[in-house]
Design a protein around this ligand. Structure first.
Ligand code: ADP
Ligand code: MG
Ligand code: MG
Length: 252
C-alpha cells in the first residue's frame, strides 16, 4: 500500500499564515474526511499539497511513500500517484475530454506500457455508465460549457480513469443536487479498496451519508483539532462546531 504523510505543515498566502502545524497520515485503503467551518484553511491545504505557486510552505513536510512531494513538480506529483482534482485545467478548447484523459493516463505510464485505445474506450464507457454520463461527453471539449454538476461528474470520471494511489477531493459535493451527489458517491465508493486512499474535504456532512469515512477530522484555525470516526461527522451535523470550540477554549 501507499502512504501520504503530512507533517507539521505551515503555509502562508501573501504573508498571512493560514495553515499552522497540520499533520495527517493517509494510507491506501482508508477514506479520511476533513470538516471545518469556512475559512479555516481546508482549500489552502489542498492547494498547497498540489503545489499551487501562490501558497508558500514555510515549514513541515509531505511525503508519498517516503518521496518528498514538495520537491516534485505538479505533473510529477500526478505521475507519482496523487490525484488533486484542482490540478486539472478548467477549460481546454480543441482537446476532447477523451483525448485529455487518455494522455493524462499515459503520462503516468512508462513508454511501451501505454493504455491501448480499445482498452481505454471500454474503460471510459463503463465508468461513464457508472456515473450516468451521456456518452457524447467524451467527445466534448474539456470543460467547455460544462455545467457545475457536469464538471464535478467529470472530475470523478477523471479520478476513476486515473486510479491514483491517493486522492484529495476538495468540495466535490458543492453545488450538486441529491441525484448527482449519489452518482458521485457511487463513483468514489467504486474506487474504495486496498489500493486507494482518499482525503475528502467537505463543509457539509451530507456527502458522508453516502460515503462512510474511516476517519473524520475537524480543522480549525489551520490545523486538526479533533479526530474521530464517522459518528463525529454526524455530531457536527447535529450540533455544529461550538461544542468543539468550547472543549478546546477556541475563540473566533
Ligand atoms: P476553507 O477552504 O476552509 O473555507 P480557505 O483555505 O479557502 O478556507 O481560506 C483560508 C483563509 O485563507 C481565509 O481567511 C481566506 O480568506 C484566505 N485565503 C484563501 N485563499 C486566499 C488567496 N488566494 N489570497 C489571500 N487569502 C486567501
Ligand atoms: Mg470555503
Ligand atoms: Mg474551501
Amino acid at each position: 500500500g501507499s502512504t501520504l504523510k503530512i507533517e507539521n505543515l505551515y503555509v502562508e498566502i501573501e504573508g498571512t499564515e493560514i495553515i499552522k502545524g497540520f499533520s495527517l497520515e493517509i494510507n491506501s485503503g482508508e477514506i479520511h474526511a476533513i470538516m471545518g467551518p469556512n475559512g479555516t484553511g481546508k482549500s489552502t491545504l489542498a492547494s498547497a499539497i498540489m503545489g499551487h505557486p501562490k501558497y508558500e510552505i514555510t515549514a513541515g513536510t509531505v511525503h508519498l511513500d517516503g518521496e518528498d512531494v514538495l520537491e516534485m513538480e505538479v505533473d510529477e506529483r500526478a505521475r507519482a500517484g496523487m490525484f488533486l482534482a484542482m490540478q486539472y485545467p478548467s477549460e481546454i478548447s480543441g482537446v476532447t475530454n477523451a483525448d485529455f484523459m487518455r494522455s493524462a493516463i499515459n503520462a503516468g505510464r512508462e513508454e511501451g506500457d501505454e493504455i491501448s485505445l480499445m482498452k481505454f474506450i471500454r474503460k471510459m464507457e463503463s465508468q461513464m455508465d457508472t456515473l450516468e454520463m451521456d456518452p457524447a461527453f467524451s467527445q466534448r471539449y474539456l470543460n467547455e460549457g460544462f455545467s457545475g454538476g457536469e464538471k464535478k461528474r467529470n472530475e470523478i470520471l477523471q479520478l476513476m480513469m486515473m486510479e491514483p494511489k491517493i486522492a484529495i477531493l476538495d468540495e466535490v459535493d458543492s453545488g450538486l443536487d441529491i441525484d448527482a451527489l449519489k452518482v458521485v458517491s457511487n463513483g468514489i465508493n467504486d474506487l474504495r479498496g486496498e489500493n486507494f486512499g482518499c482525503l475528502i474535504i467537505t463543509h457539509y456532512q451530507r456527502l458522508l451519508d453516502y460515503i462512510t469515512p474511516d476517519h473524520v477530522h475537524v480543522m480549525m484555525q489551520g490545523r486538526i483539532v479533533k479526530s474521530g470516526d464517522a459518528q463525529l461527522a454526524q455530531r457536527l451535523e447535529n450540533e455544529g462546531y461550538d461544542w468543539i470550540k468550547e472543549e478546546l477554549g477556541i475563540e473566533d
